[in-house]
Ligand binder design. Structure first.
Ligand SMILES: *Cc1c(COP(=O)(O)O)cnc(C)c1O
Length: 458
């Protein structure tokens, strides 16, 4: 008798894209040409692409059908209204400004609310979010709990805000200097770790007492909603949809990259409740993105995103999405390979410092590990360490505690066999770790250097 049945993906595959296998010699050549930066590889030279889950998901037949229903009117496209209705229903905010992707929304929000000299507390930085906050003259201050920086601390909600840290920032700089608190759910840079509902609510209560707004980075808020349902007893019997609405109710609005949770290849939005901020955003979007009913997107893109919202909020979808990430993470843990724990929502993060204790941080252990993985199997991953962290305004390297390599899973794209190959490749690189030397940076761009920096072997 079958007592326990495993789950499988809640879809079947209707269209395929062939993959190319390369030889080690070809990969060595490609890697040198790319300056040991996986962002500079050609995707034709990649076998399994776990660089990012951004814009890399597979759309459904319904989303593709929606693309054919794109209303490409310059103004007032019906697809805008479909998206607006979906955002109001599932996120609960009143007003919507579409943008070409998440950073477009961050640009609008930061430009409107941040003045030079302001401080923006947040639960760990995100690259584009902080870059826009700083560009507007603000300074980011990290208020995440200390354990978020410890890759082995086993906590259910490692994305939580340390309320004492938040209170201390408010006391130090004064509420007037804090235009808003920026809350990510889930926290990408901590390893895709969720924030709890209780913590979100407490942040809202604390900031409300001081008249400070809260904006959510809702890029992966649906994944966060899943974790709340699974891990927070008070919400075990609530639907993901109910949980998402409650999460958003503790904020004044959100910036959103539709390229993550929402199963589209391009798109994003700013959503908010405050009419005045909305009005300004609607003004600015015309300058930077496009008219306020398309925000740099085609009507068909708006439709795909609207349909993506109702697919992504489904629990069978999220079980398979997060289940796949957990499957890889659990197998690596069984093999004794050091990963950030617990396994996060969108990615498995390898602890590069534990792979290469022989390397100094400025010999770029995580950049090195990403290069070694590519050489081994054509697996493409991403550095999340000192290269991603960049420099402060005085030119000093930010030196993050974590040196991580991110294996990020596109949604609905790879099979369990691809996952097994991935695990085997990480295992091979782990076994060869002792002889590995680091890298030297030979070209460093000014903004978001991890995208275009170049390296050579030491
Ligand atoms: C990807 C991402 C963004 C930026 O969105 P883009 O669509 O890439 O511009 C912002 N915040 C988080 C947490 C993200 O993962």
């Amino acid at each position: 008798m079958v007592t326990k049945r495993s789950w499988a993906e809640p879809f079947k595959i209707k269209m395929v894209e062939p993959l190319r296998m390369t030889t080690r010699e070809e990969r060595e050549k490609a890697l040198v040409e790319a300056g040991f930066n996986t962002f500079l590889l050609r995707s034709d030279d990649v076998y399994i692409d776990l660089l990012t889950d951004s814009g890399t998901s597979a759309m459904s037949d319904s989303q593709w059908a929606g693309m054919m229903l794109g209303d490409e009117a310059y103004a007032g496209s019906r697809n805008f209204f479909n998206l607006e209705a979906a955002v109001q229903k599932h996120y609960g905010y009143k007003h919507l400004v579409p943008t070409h992707q998440g950073r477009g929304a961050e640009h609008l929000l930061s430009s409107i609310l941040i003045k030079p000299g302001d401080v923006v507390p947040g639960n760990m930085y995100f690259t584009t979010t902080r870059a826009h906050q700083e560009r507007a003259g603000g300074a980011f201050v990290d208020i995440i709990i200390d354990q978020a920086h410890d890759p082995s601390a086993l906590l259910p909600f490692k994305g939580n805000v340390d309320l004492a840290k938040l209170e201390a920032v408010i006391t130090r700089v004064g509420a007037k200097k804090i235009p808003y608190v920026s809350i990510a759910a889930t926290v990408n840079m901590a390893g895709g770790q969720p924030i709890s509902m209780a913590n979100l609510k407490a942040v809202r209560e604390l900031t409300q007492r001081h008249g400070i707004r809260v904006f959510l980075d809702a890029t992966r808020a649906m994944e966060n909603a899943w974790f709340i349902q699974q891990r927070e007893a008070s919400h075990a019997n609530k639907s993901m949809a109910e949980i998402l609405l409650e999460m958003c109710s503790y904020s004044d609005g959100c910036t959103m990259s539709g390229k993550k949770d929402l199963l589209v290849n391009i798109g994003g939005f700013l959503a908010l409740n405050d009419w005045d901020v909305f009005e300004e955003a609607r003004n600015l979007v015309v300058l930077f993105e496009g008219l306020h009913t398309y925000g740099g997107l085609a009507g068909r893109d708006l439709e795909a995103m609207a349909r993506g919202i109702s697919e992504a909020i489904r629990e069978d979808h999220m079980r398979a999405r997060i289940g796949q990430v957990e499957y890889v993470g659990d197998r690596l843990i069984e093999l004794g390979i050091p990963v950030v724990r617990p396994i996060g929502g969108h990615a498995v993060f390898l602890d590069a410092r534990a792979f290469y204790p022989q390397l100094e941080q400025l010999q770029f252990p995580a950049q090195t590990l990403a290069a070694e993985l590519y050489l081994d199997s054509g697996l493409r991953t991403m550095e999340r360490g000192v290269v991603s962290a960049g420099r402060d305004k005085d030119g000093h390297n930010h030196l993050p505690k974590l040196e991580l390599v991110r294996l990020t899973f596109p949604r609905r794209v790879y099979t369990q066999a691809h996952c097994d190959v991935t695990v085997e490749s990480v295992q091979a690189v782990w076994e060869n770790r002792a002889s590995v030397r680091g890298l030297e940076m030979i070209y460093e761009p000014k903004h978001l250097r991890f995208f275009q920096a170049r390296f050579k072997r030491l």
